[in-house]
Design a protein around this ligand. Structure first.
Ligand code: FMN
Length: 386
């Protein structure tokens, strides 16, 4: 039988053990690190005997035994088999996103019904998936303490924000269709009241619920398990009554905690990976996940997907709320992660930046606004792939 190493393969050490982890359908398997060398001999279709010829320091029996384990795990694929065909197809489709993106995607898929997992026949409680949510109490142990719901910086200056209700009376349909990403702004400062209204509507608690072990809070956006793992950090450039600098939005007290003074448009553009437009908004808002709030309840790595989805929900609510308040919203997935983390005082280990939002007074004829598509654009477009 001719075999080849799966193209969709990640090897790593976990708890001191070498693991060969093929995706999407392989089984993560703990093996001797020499397995990496054996896998290396299967770059192209080879028999075990041909591979053994390259591995002169290993006995043919050792190679044969390891090959058996690697075939069972899915790390070595048989020539002409459906698994090899699919492996080729996935490698082609994911291309330069491999291995990082495909590994994360496939290694965290289909986690709810692992093969052979017993089912108790009961549907999961609303919002909960018992197979992947950590138990509140391990047998014979005290409950795992839940991390604090809110982030605080007790030793920094606090500015309590105005609490006048936001002017959010604009018709929903109007807001929905008027929302656009803006990359040009008038430069007129944004009133502190407007920023305060935006922060409270998007990031502030709306109500508190009893999760059985204590309180959780909800926001205007849906958030996985209501863990509220995402904190908001404001980089103020041009907000009336707010010195330029970096602040943490304290949703519990509805205040801004001053983390570092000073912030310039040039730095904003730099943090946003050199995008010029990012120098023009009145403020940036960094969404950063405090991972323990999510992982304390959901130990499955799939929950990281939920953190990203949560950031997207907050981003959309931010964009709609900013629009309703007369601001122009923007957002970027391109930013210098480590520098953004440093600016927000995040350790970038347990608190990681995920998304950068921005807003300001929108310029009437936006410099970077894309023109409507005309006949030439449609002529150059494949509308339906057949
Ligand atoms: C997750 C995400 C990341 C984005 N990243 C960028 C970015 O890095 N730079 C940028 O100029 N626009 C970015 N945008 C804005 C999109 O280009 C914009 O949403 C798109 O062109 C559609 O325009 P609209 O928002 O006005 O509907 C991003 C949007 C989203 C949702």
């Amino acid at each position: 039988m001719r075999l080849r190493r799966s193209r969709c393969l990640t090897c790593y050490w976990h708890d001191g053990t070498f693991v060969v982890h093929p995706h999407p359908h392989g089984t993560p398997t703990a093996l001797h690190p020499a397995a990496a060398e054996i896998l290396d001999a299967f770059e192209d279709w080879s028999t075990a005997a041909e591979a053994a010829e390259q591995l002169t320091h290993l006995t043919p029996d050792t190679v044969e035994e390891a090959v058996g384990a690697l075939v069972s795990s899915g790390a070595l694929l048989a020539h002409g088999g459906t698994a090899a065909h699919r492996d080729e197809e996935i490698a082609g489709r994911w291309g330069s996103w491999m291995p990082e993106a495909s590994f994360f995607h496939y290694a965290t898929q289909d986690v709810y019904d692992p093969p052979g997992a017993p089912s108790d026949g009961n549907p999961p409680a609303p919002g909960e998936v018992p197979a992947v949510a950590s138990p509140d109490r391990a047998p014979g142990e005290d409950p795992v303490p839940l991390p604090p719901l809110f982030t605080e910086h007790p030793d920094v200056p606090l500015l309590l924000l105005p609490r006048r209700p936001a002017g959010l009376g604009a018709a929903f349909g109007q807001v929905l269709y008027e929302r656009r990403t803006h990359r040009d702004f008038t430069g007129e400062p944004v009133p502190l009241e407007t920023l305060a209204a935006l922060l409270s509507a998007v990031f502030g608690p709306v109500d508190f619920i009893d999760c059985g072990r204590g309180a959780l809070y909800r926001r205007t956006s849906p958030q996985g398990g209501s863990r509220q793992e995402i904190d908001a950090y404001v980089g103020a450039l041009d907000v009336e009554g707010l010195d330029p600098g970096w602040y943490h939005y304290d949703g519990l007290r509805h205040g801004l905690e001053l983390l570092t003074e000073g912030f310039t448009p040039a730095e904003a553009a730099r943090l946003c990976a050199g995008q010029e437009w990012a120098a023009r908004p009145a403020f940036l808002v960094v969404l950063a996940a405090r991972l323990e709030r999510m992982s304390a309840k959901y130990p499955t790595p799939r929950a990281y997907r939920v953190c990203l989805l949560d950031a997207g929900h907050l981003g959309q609510t931010f964009a709609l709320t900013a629009t309703a308040l007369g601001l122009g919203p923007a957002q970027t997935g391109a930013f210098r992660d480590s520098e953004v983390a440093e600016r927000c005082g995040l350790d970038n280990t347990g608190q990681v930046p995920l998304y950068v939002l921005a807003a300001g007074h929108p310029a009437r004829a936006g410099r970077d606004a894309p023109p409507p598509a005309g006949v030439p654009a449609f002529g150059a477009t494949t509308l339906l792939g057949r």
